[in-house]
Design a protein. Structure first.
Length: 391
């Protein structure tokens, strides 16, 4: 009976359209999971009227955004929408959330990189509820080597080791994608071809949802990011206030099931601290920016750019390197290399969810042969292929 009542209620809820490109933007920018907390803290706040005119617990709002945007993703089956609907209704009044993750990733890599051999790192995330103009909600994500933050006007990705930063002027596509209605629409409307719901159980005041997702074929490259792996997710929340209390995610790797990410703590806050979304950059920070290029420079294909980067490093051509490599620290590193020989530059290929291409190469440097592939992408205003990793 309860399920039928919930289904009827779901059908009465309007379905606002999600922003264009929501799935693709989140694929690149939002971390994919978090796990069981050691502590959950709720700041004191009055109960408030919810979005649909019912009494809801205000602190629960950010939980849904984290559950849906960081956990379930746009490919979850329809059943998840019904299961999570009470959590959705408990999200109307919260203003901010602060949570801490432990995940098996490493410095020098993106937030979603998987390093199953390491000890893992702490990832700290703060999110403010979207209020007023869409896309202006503030957020901050940080791990030891980098900070990604948006203060409502400007976004900055600061890379600590190279003392360099990428920046953009808002609105932020990340913040706008945290609207609960967008994710409910995605959960309800998209089929779950690669998702299997393993378990849903309510016991002792706690709801527990377990589901499996399939990864993607990344051959000939090894799996490196969370979306590459087959994985299993466990989500827990309270049945009374619909507050998130636990989450774990395991990945299947080399025949083993390994815990990748877990929640250490989560705080629901009545207000966000504006200072937590600002970042004071060092006076000598260098910005990684896309320089304007001529039509001929922008027309080079990825294989041509890859070979050109090696040749520019050989002849110490800073101008070419800076045009096709946005990172000042990588340019400095390339110019400091000893003489080397380029033995092979192959044809570009695609792998997994990566938005760019890989170009295989083989060089001989200091008597040793190095064989790998450069990562190049052209999703920049100039539509020019630029270096994105692989050295």
């Amino acid at each position: 009976m309860r399920d039928r009542q919930l289904t009827r209620h779901l059908r009465t809820i309007p379905e606002p359209a999600a922003p264009p490109g929501l799935e693709a933007r989140l694929e690149e920018t939002i971390p994919a999971s978090f796990g069981r907390p050691r502590g959950v803290r709720v700041a004191r706040r009055a109960w408030a009227m919810g979005k649909w005119g019912i009494m809801v617990g205000a602190p629960a709002a950010a939980a849904l955004w984290l559950i849906t945007a960081l956990v379930l993703g746009p490919s979850a089956p329809v059943a998840f929408a019904a299961v999570l609907e009470p959590v959705v209704q408990g999200t109307a009044g919260a203003r901010a959330v602060h949570f801490v993750l432990h995940r098996l990733t490493r410095e020098g890599e993106d937030f979603s990189f998987v390093d199953l051999q390491g000890k893992g790192l702490t990832v700290d995330v703060r999110v403010e509820a979207p209020q007023g103009e869409p896309g202006r909600a503030r957020f901050r994500m940080e791990k030891p080597d980098r900070v990604l933050t948006f203060d409502g006007r400007e976004g900055v990705l600061y890379m600590k080791r190279g003392n360099e930063a990428h920046r953009w002027v808002g609105p932020s596509p990340i913040a706008s994608a945290y609207w609960p209605a967008n994710w409910i629409r995605e959960l309800r409307d998209r089929p779950g071809e690669n998702v299997e719901q393993v378990l849903y159980k309510e016991e002792d005041g706690i709801a527990r949802l377990v589901y499996r997702e399939k990864g993607v074929d990344t051959s000939p490259l090894p799996k490196a990011f969370l979306g590459d792996f087959d994985r299993e997710t466990e989500l827990r929340w309270t049945l009374d206030a619909h507050l998130l209390t636990g989450f774990k995610i395991w990945v299947d790797a080399d025949g083993e099931r390994r815990l990748y990410s877990e929640l250490v703590s989560i705080d629901y806050l009545p207000e966000a601290d504006p200072e937590s979304f600002r970042i004071d950059l060092p006076a000598d920070v260098r910005f990684a920016e896309v320089r304007a290029g001529t039509p001929e420079e922008n027309a080079l294909g990825p294989a041509e750019v890859a070979r050109g980067l090696f040749e520019a490093a050989q002849r110490k051509d800073r101008g070419f390197l800076e045009l096709y490599c946005l990172s000042p620290s990588v340019v400095d590193w390339a110019l400091a290399q000893p003489p080397f020989d380029v033995l092979y530059v192959g044809e570009p290929f695609r792998s997994g969810h990566y938005v760019g291409v890989y170009v295989p190469y083989r060089i001989r440097i200091e008597g040793k042969v190095k064989e790998w592939q450069l990562a190049l992408r052209n999703d920049n205003p100039e539509r020019r292929w630029v270096f994105d990793g692989g050295i």
